[in-house]
Design a protein around this ligand. Structure first.
Ligand code: RI2
Length: 321
């Protein structure tokens, strides 16, 4: 850490993102923007330069929590890009306003995306979900609001079981839910009309980076002829992939898969094997039928056009300045 410490609330938000108390790409982006606003609001910096330095440090602490969901750096970039002023008060005000604008846009985009996605769902359709995606659920919600009857087969999603959160939300909306373990997905694909998932990042070639298990599900869905729909706001588009960078896949702690006690209980050689816990995988564009955004739906191969429009070809890294 440098000479300026970040505000304790920012450190707490960063910790909550790292431990997945705060999770889901859109929710992470929302929390990160809010944390920058807190840093600005609570700072006792005595010059605009000092406040800017603090904000960059806060952005860096937040940025370093989870590497795959690009909504996090996209949120930090948006807020930082709209900060200016010659006085502490002016910088503070612009940071708070910029964060609020980002958060408002995020909500609107999700609502708009939901309306687009709902148009793909027919009355009586069954969707299969993986993990918990607020973007994917917004499509179901909009379809329900249009008066359609929707049912869901919800994959548990090991190791963190975010499928339970999806099941709970869908039940709250009155959707009939069948919860299955991940390995039962292929068995139930015959009963569903769409696979509906979210995304943590989308690469320029249309590859979808989402919760581990998405790619296997998509391959199976293609085999069964079940369309795969990805619901992803444009903040999920990964600008660095326009210039050839790949998306880093987060590796998480092995204790999410096997506890220390479970390892100890293994007879023989409990330390004699390796555990790998990748949080995400990459689904190639040929297995995806549509990427639904707040700007309409796109075949995955054409998402690069949207990315160029939105980001140009260079991305800055304000937390590194
Ligand atoms: P929304 C989640 O990751 C899932 O992979 C989900 O599909 C994605 O974020 C998008 O979520 P994690 O944070 O932005 O559970 O659509 O690792 O809510």
């Amino acid at each position: 850490m440098s000479e300026h410490d970040v505000h304790p609330d920012v450190a707490e938000t960063a910790d909550d993102i790292a431990t997945m108390e705060i999770r889901g790409a859109a929710t992470i982006a929302n929390a990160a923007a809010g944390a920058l606003a807190t840093q600005a609001r609570e700072s006792d910096a005595d010059s605009p330069e000092a406040l800017l330095t603090e904000l960059r440090e806060a952005a860096k602490v937040l940025y370093e929590t989870r590497p795959t969901a690009v909504s996090l750096p996209n949120a930090l970039r948006f807020v930082m890009a709209h900060i200016d002023g010659d006085t502490v008060e002016a910088v503070r005000k612009s940071a708070v306003e910029s964060a609020a604008t980002f958060q408002r846009d995020l909500d609107h985009a999700q609502d708009r995306l939901g309306e687009v996605g709902a148009n793909r769902l027919r009355d009586g359709d069954t969707v299969m979900t993986h993990c918990h995606s607020t973007d994917a659920l917004s499509c179901v919600k909009a379809a329900l609001d249009q008066g359609k009857h929707i049912e869901a087969i919800v994959k548990e999603t090991r190791p963190r079981k975010q499928g339970h959160i999806t099941a709970e939300q869908l039940r709250e909306w009155g959707v009939p839910v069948t919860l299955v373990v991940d390995s039962a997905a292929r068995r139930y694909l015959n009963d569903v009309d769409h696979v509906l998932v979210g995304a943590d990042s989308i690469a320029a070639d249309g590859s979808v980076i989402n919760k581990i298990g998405t790619s296997g599900l998509a391959v199976n869905a293609r085999d069964r002829g079940t369309p795969v729909m990805v619901a992803a706001q444009t903040i999920k588009l990964h600008p660095d992939t326009l210039t050839g960078h790949t998306v880093e896949i987060e590796m998480r702690d092995e204790t999410e898969i096997i506890s220390d006690e479970e390892r100890e209980a293994i007879q023989g050689d409990p330390d004699g094997f390796t555990v790998r816990n990748p949080a995400f995988d990459v689904t190639p564009p040929r297995y995806v039928d549509a990427i639904v955004t707040e700007r309409g739906q796109f075949p995955p191969e054409s998402v690069v056009v949207l990315m160029r429009d939105l980001f140009g070809s260079e991305t800055d890294r304000p937390w590194e300045v």
